[in-house]
Each structure stands twice: as structure tokens, then as C-alpha cells.
Design a protein. Structure first.
Length: 73
């Protein structure tokens, strides 16, 4: 089982990007995303964006992650 978190792309520089969610920023690779754009939501696993997500799905997923974070304190 893998856990992946959606991040919103806020900077793109070639094959690398910066994604942001829940107050954190991560440098990630976007090699697997066709024509990544700032504002896109992507699923990130092991430092690689592996899939683009519709905005509503990403927001729903982030809300679920926030629920988990609140549950564990």
C-alpha cells in the first residue's frame, strides 16, 4: 500500500516543480505529467507527481488528510 498526497503546483522549472498543501512545500519531479501547469493538483508519491487530479477531488482528498491529522493529534 502506498500513501500519496495531492499537492498544488506553485512553481515549475523544467522537470522539477514546487507543490504545496496543508502548509508544506515540497520540491517534486513532474516528468510523468503531460504539460504541467501552475495551479494543477497532482498526486505525489516518492517525490514524483504521478497523476493530475481534478480540483474538487484534490480538495476532498486534502480534507480527508486533515481529518486524519486531527484524529491523531
Amino acid at each position: 500500500m502506498c500513501l500519496a498526497i495531492p499537492l498544488q503546483l506553485i512553481e515549475i522549472n523544467g522537470s522539477t516543480a514546487v507543490g504545496e498543501a496543508m502548509g508544506m512545500r515540497r520540491e517534486i519531479r513532474v516528468d510523468f505529467i503531460d504539460k504541467p501547469r501552475i495551479g494543477d493538483y497532482v498526486i505525489v508519491h516518492a517525490g514524483f507527481a504521478i497523476e493530475r487530479l481534478p480540483e474538487q477531488q484534490a480538495l476532498d482528498d486534502l480534507e480527508a488528510w486533515e481529518d486524519v491529522r486531527n484524529a491523531i493529534g
